[in-house]
Write a protein that binds this ligand. Structure first.
Ligand code: SAH
Ligand code: SF4
Length: 425
């Protein structure tokens, strides 16, 4: 979502004449888009700001801004800790960037961490009409009302809000006209999407996907991140019947222990999650599952952790993202008895070696099979092209006479650590 938001911010400032640069010493403004989900990410912001402020010595006109969820959570504290910062902007106020930029040019410090009533996406829609890479993100829903005991998202991104259907369809059509073939619908809880159609009717994510299915030129649809409790029957059914919906699903579970899940306020059990995956696989047998896990949540015992490993064994994940629990100020779990760091480190390592093993086995099992690859860019070797399979595996083909944006059948001949090598069928 931060990638998507950064693009929107670049566009908002583009209307003020800004263009992007990758070199900080070329920049008139440096905006750090930040993540507050774990402490490490938040702390990095301050070390990065310490580094970036030195560019002000050679360019006194340089403005430095902090955007994203650290900006939302810490607000004025950022300017106090790092006085070189001119601008602090929360995720709901990006459409106001041009005004804020003008104020910083007058030497003012600007802080905006409100949750304004107006629709920021509507205000941000003046996109420049350039070509786009074949795979794009599209935010359809933001915020979260679930309040898992470890998570800052409901506080930093605010309550759940869904964008109207027509705006999403218009944005998708615009992306397709500019070369996009694959769209990943984004939301902190994307499958809780509950937008309004142009006739005033209620829309679910499944219904939105079926509307996008009708967009000519759009070949692939994905969505992330989902909550197990919002995987409705019609969404599961869409995985079986909508050919543009790709067979890959990111469905975080966090833990395999019912005691921990309860304390996390997840409102699902390990068994209900496993039954859900069974139903999804019945609808789409080849679907590749991925998940998120937290180890070392307060009061997690060895037995609880073992239950997580058992769940992973049972599901067999194609990808998994795993994190050591990070206490976040203001969330209920931060007040509880913490697990020792050495123990959490040990569990993280054991969990990661299990999922790495599963991932590798799944990749190796792809050898000999044929997948469809959407080619996204040239590879590192001369003549090589890289793309993604339906299952989101990175696939490369040597001496590939194929253009970016094309989809072709590829037979997998080798599984490497982070990618698959293939030849055209
Ligand atoms: N809405 C999604 C998750 C969004 S946050 C869901 O409900 O599953 C992305 C991931 O970050 C989470 O799935 C979780 O695994 C991790 N995460 C969130 N807060 C965390 C914390 N305090 N410590 C460690 N990991 C955390
Ligand atoms: Fe955070 Fe996801 Fe729980 Fe919402 S559902 S509080 S985003 S982990």
């Amino acid at each position: 979502m931060n990638v998507y938001d950064s693009e929107r911010m670049a566009e908002a400032l583009g209307s003020e004449g800004y263009i992007e640069t990758t070199k900080p010493d070329d920049a008139d403004m440096i905006l750090l888009n930040t993540c507050h989900i774990r402490e490490k990410a938040a702390e990095k912001v301050y070390s990065e700001l310490g580094r970036l402020k030195s560019f002000k010595a050679s360019n006194p006109d340089l403005k430095i801004g902090v955007a994203g969820c650290v900006a939302q959570a810490e607000g004025a504290e950022i300017m106090r800790r790092q006085p070189a910062v001119d601008l602090v902007v929360g995720p709901q106020s990006y459409h106001r960037l041009p005004d804020m930029e003008a104020k910083t040019r007058k030497g003012k410090k600007v802080l905006d961490t409100e949750f304004p009533e107006e629709d920021k996406f509507e205000k941000l829609k003046s996109r420049p009409k350039g070509r786009r890479a074949p795979a794009a993100f599209l935010t359809v829903q933001e915020g979260c009302d679930k309040f898992c005991a470890f998570c800052v998202v409901p506080y930093t991104r605010g309550a759940e809000v869904s964008r109207p259907v027509q705006r999403i369809i218009d944005e998708a059509r615009d992306l397709v006209e500019r070369g996009v073939r694959e769209i990943t619908l984004l939301g902190q809880n994307v499958n809780a999407y509950h937008g309004t159609g142009s006739d005033g009717s209620d829309y679910t994510l499944a219904k939105l996907i079926w509307d996008l299915d009708k967009v000519d030129g759009l070949e692939r649809i994905r969505f992330t991140t989902s909550h197990p409790n919002d995987m409705t029957d019609e969404l599961i059914e869409a995985h079986g019947s909508c050919s543009k919906l790709m067979p890959y699903l990111h469905l975080p579970v966090q833990s395999g222990s019912d005691k921990i899940l309860k304390r996390m306020n997840r409102s699902h059990t390990s068994d209900s999650y496993l039954k859900l995956i069974e139903r999804i696989r019945r609808a789409r047998p080849d679907i590749l599952m991925s998940g998120d896990f937290i180890v070392g949540f307060p009061e997690e015992t060895e037995e609880d952790f073992q239950a997580t490993l058992d769940l992973i064994e049972e599901v067999n994940y194609g990808y998994a993202y795993s994190f050591k629990y990070s206490p976040r100020p203001g969330t209920p779990a931060a007040e509880r008895q913490q697990v020792e760091i050495a123990q959490a480190n040990d569990r993280l390592q054991r969990l990661q070696s299990l999922v790495t093993h599963q991932q590798k086995e799944i990749q190796e099992s792809m050898v000999g099979s044929t997948v469809k690859v959407l080619f996204e860019k040239p590879g590192r070797e001369l003549g090589q092209m890289m793309g993604k399979s339906e299952y989101l595996h990175a696939v490369h083909v040597a001496d590939a006479q194929i253009a970016v944006g094309e989809i072709a059948e590829v037979k997998i001949v080798e599984a490497r650590t982070n990618s698959l090598a293939g030849v055209f069928v």
